[in-house]
Design a protein around this ligand. Structure first.
Ligand SMILES: C[S@@+](CC[C@H](N)C(=O)[O-])C[C@H]1O[C@@H](n2cnc3c(N)ncnc32)[C@H](O)[C@@H]1O
Length: 246
């Protein structure tokens, strides 16, 4: 049996319909405008709220010095929001950890329509260029390239120590990506470190999947580490590390 490729064929009718879509005032144009000015703007406001809340917490409870760690960097959207929220208050060093090749192979536990191997890829150079253009100082920006199960090594931890993390932003979507991230950041926690999960409500907020599951397992494996719930938004959730049980 041969596959039906008619959906991909450019017929005059399809071209005509595409042109109509692009006319000012068309449904298509109005939808695009709504997606940009309302829907995406809403998501940005939620993230800004999260970053500004962390800034206020860290400023009022100063000093909590250290790194801003971001796991999942893609288009440099969140790292720029982080910098906008922190630049006048703190001298953080910003560390972006990413494959810079997009998502890894999607394992069975992480299957969901929106995730695909290679999706959300941004070149490392492009990411760095966006950060620098935004004003993040060159000497306070580091990138760590590679898939986390390979890149987050004890040697890397030794190079980044003894400085701890002030904020850890986990935006790598998948359970299998979050597990090595949490194992790695354990040594960088200090009282006051804020741990933010950008994708807490992915996978229909199922506690058996995604970042929720990874964090639950991490806490079960490290019962002495204490966390208090902090700010939540529509999709994100954050926690403050308060130290170990004595
Ligand atoms: C949703 S995007 C991050 C969006 C980003 N914070 C922004 O503001 O543009 C997810 C990112 O996580 C990265 N990622 C996911 N799993 C990974 C893994 N196991 N190792 C390395 N990078 C991973 C992808 O390459 C992608 O850049």
């Amino acid at each position: 049996m041969t596959a039906d490729t008619s959906a991909a064929r450019l017929t005059p009718q399809r071209i005509w319909r595409a042109l109509l879509h692009r006319l000012p005032g068309s449904e298509h144009r109005r939808r695009q405008a709504w997606l940009w000015h309302e829907y995406r703007a809403f998501a940005q406001q939620q993230r800004k709220h999260m970053f500004m809340s962390t800034a206020r917490f860290l400023h009022i409870n100063r000093p909590v010095p250290g790194y801003y760690f971001e796991f999942g960097c893609h288009s440099a959207n969140t790292i720029r929001l982080a910098f906008d929220s922190y630049r006048w208050l703190f001298d953080f060093t910003y560390v972006g950890f990413d494959s810079f090749e997009g998502l890894p192979e999607i394992g069975a536990i992480d299957r969901q329509a929106i995730w695909e191997k290679g999706k959300l890829a941004t070149e490392e150079d492009d990411f760095i260029r966006r950060c620098l253009r935004h004003g993040i100082p060159h000497d306070r920006l580091l990138t760590v390239r590679g898939f986390y199960d390979k890149s987050l090594t004890p040697e890397l931890a030794a190079r980044l120590k003894p400085t701890k993390a002030a904020v850890i932003y986990v935006d790598c979507d998948l359970y299998e990506s979050t597990v090595p991230v949490l194992a790695f950041v354990k040594d960088f926690l200090q009282p006051g470190t804020i741990l933010v999960f950008d994708d807490w409500n992915c996978f229909l907020a199922d506690p058996e999947r995604g970042e929720r599951r990874a964090f639950r397992e991490f806490r079960a494996a490290n019962p002495a580490l204490q966390f208090q719930e902090f700010v939540s938004t529509d999709m994100q959730k954050s926690f403050v590390y308060t130290g170990t049980l004595s």
